[in-house]
Design a protein around this ligand. Structure first.
Ligand code: AMP
Ligand code: FES
Ligand code: ZN
Ligand code: ZN
Length: 302
């Protein structure tokens, strides 16, 4: 039997990078310390921040909420029901259960109620995942701004980030490469976006959430099947298996050298419909969903 490096108790996990075995209690400490260090290292939070954790029902968002709660941070949660049939119903139900167990307030937005249609119900040539990502980012930010939150924490992890990074390198998406990172600073009408699980892998996170008796949704969104990021993730897992620690070095080295990718200065203006920052006269959200009036997301006026 493998024993915990710190207390000699029965090992709960045997990790390859860093190479060590840990018992349940010391593994929990290891993960929470990692989250705390990530938050400090990337200067993600400061006194007086009002934090919203974006919960999807999945393990990553749950780990973000548990970790931040155990580290003593105050926050509320936001779930977006995307109208993807049964998948979205299950996601909402589990997100509510999770927040209930954690004793944190949850706010729920329903895309169909807000714009009349769900993801996948729109007649467009765009892939659902592409306008879904834009829609989630807009709603999270608009909800935060309308309700006085200045930080949004998401469950993006090391596996997501390395897959995204590899994809952007393979396609030389310089624009993304110049901006991708552990956090996006706040600006006028834009909440700061932070990724406290930036340095933790899927495996790290799965073992962490399984320490707690809180349910999470394991199935993927039906539209994610065949996404290129899944292929990149598989390739990176193979490399990591042969050479543990590669993923972490990949993102760390990238952040150190990110300056080589020129950042295009973009001038934002106000969307003439919703007043949020926009590249064009009308923002991509209002344009895509053909809105004629601003969506007002202030609680109590939904
Ligand atoms: P994904 O893009 O599905 O990998 O999700 C990345 C992160 O975005 C999750 O860990 C959550 O923090 C957040 N997120 C994804 N879907 C939702 C949703 N429906 N409602 C709220 N937050 C979400
Ligand atoms: Fe948005 Fe899958 S979660 S398309
Ligand atoms: Zn131990
Ligand atoms: Zn707009």
């Amino acid at each position: 039997m493998r024993r915990c490096k710190f207390c000699g108790g029965e090992a709960y996990i045997v990790m390859k990078s860093p190479k060590m075995a840990l018992c349940r209690e010391h593994y929990r400490e290891f993960v929470e310390r990692k989250i705390e260090r990530t938050i400090h290292h990337y200067k993600m939070l400061k006194e007086g921040d009002r934090i919203l954790v974006a919960v999807s029902g999945g393990k990553d968002a749950l780990a973000t909420a548990i970790g931040m709660k155990n580290l003593g941070y105050e926050f509320e949660c936001l779930h977006i029901n995307l109208g993807i049939g049964e998948h979205s119903e299950k996601s909402e139900k589990i997100s509510r259960e999770q927040c209930d167990k954690l004793g944190r307030k949850i706010h729920v937005l329903n895309l169909k109620e807000l714009v009349g249609m769900g993801i996948g119900e729109v007649r467009t040539r765009r892939a659902p995942c592409s306008y879904c990502g834009m829609t989630k980012r807009y709603l999270m930010n608009k909800f935060a701004v309308d309700n006085g939150f200045n930080v949004i924490a998401t469950g993006h992890n090391l596996d997501d980030e390395t897959a995204f990074l590899l994809g952007n390198l393979l396609h030389w998406n310089i624009n993304y490469l110049s901006r991708q990172g552990s956090m996006l600073p706040e600006s006028e009408k834009m909440a700061r976006r932070i990724k406290p699980l930036y340095e933790l892998t899927n495996e790290n996170i799965e073992y962490y959430v399984n320490l707690f008796d809180i349910p999470y949704l394991q199935e993927r969104c039906p539209y994610s099947q065949g996404a290129k990021s899944i292929l990149y993730g598989k390739v990176l897992n193979e490399i990591e298996e042969e050479s543990p620690g590669t993923k972490l070095n990949f993102v760390k080295g990238f952040l150190k050298n990110q300056g080589i990718f020129p950042r295009e200065e973009i001038e934002l203006r106000e969307c003439k419909i919703c007043g949020m920052p926009s590249l064009g006269e009308v923002c991509s959200f209002c344009r895509f969903w053909k809105l004629e009036d601003e969506l007002k997301l202030r609680e109590g006026k939904l």
